[in-house]
Ligand binder design. Structure first.
Ligand SMILES: [Zn+2]
Length: 151
């Protein structure tokens, strides 16, 4: 007669799965924030930190807003002499050699983009692991509970 023990085990399993799930969800949120911060930096956006917190705090809504905003932030400048669209990291126009006043030294843009991708993978991995742990715990809970119903 260990029905009570089984129910306890099943409940503990479910609770533990839930706790791990929540921890991994928080971790995923942090990863997403860092990912957004680095993505914003790689696009030379001024308010990278604000975007990081906005997306980590609101999730999908913030992500959609960030996606739209980052799309609008075209990292380029227009040459005053020949109207050529020149990337921000160019100090002079490649066509007419006109100096570019909006020139911004962005030596680590590529590094930011790479870091952003790494944290995006971290976000997806921790989300997937969290959901998997929760599912395993939940299925285990159901199996134990159904098992003890027939005993
Ligand atoms: Zn030019």
């Amino acid at each position: 007669m260990n029905n009570a023990g089984d129910v306890f085990t099943a409940t503990m399993l479910l609770m533990m799965a839930l706790v791990v799930f929540i921890i991994l969800l928080l971790l995923a949120q942090a990863f997403l924030g860092i990912c957004v911060y680095n993505r914003a930096k790689s696009k030379a956006m001024a308010n990278a930190l604000a975007w990081a917190f906005a997306v980590a705090g609101t999730g999908l809504i913030g992500l959609v807003a960030f996606y739209i905003a980052s799309g609008k932030t075209v990292a380029s400048q227009v040459c005053a002499a020949c109207k050529l669209d020149v990337p921000l990291e160019w100090a002079a126009c490649p066509r007419c050699n006109q100096p570019m006043p909006d020139y911004r030294a962005l030596p680590s843009t590529g590094a930011y983009a790479k870091r952003s991708t790494k944290f995006l993978i971290g976000f997806i991995a921790s989300m997937a692991t969290g959901i998997l742990v929760f599912l395993v715990g939940y299925i285990g809970y159901i199996i134990i509970m159904m098992n003890q119903m027939y005993h």
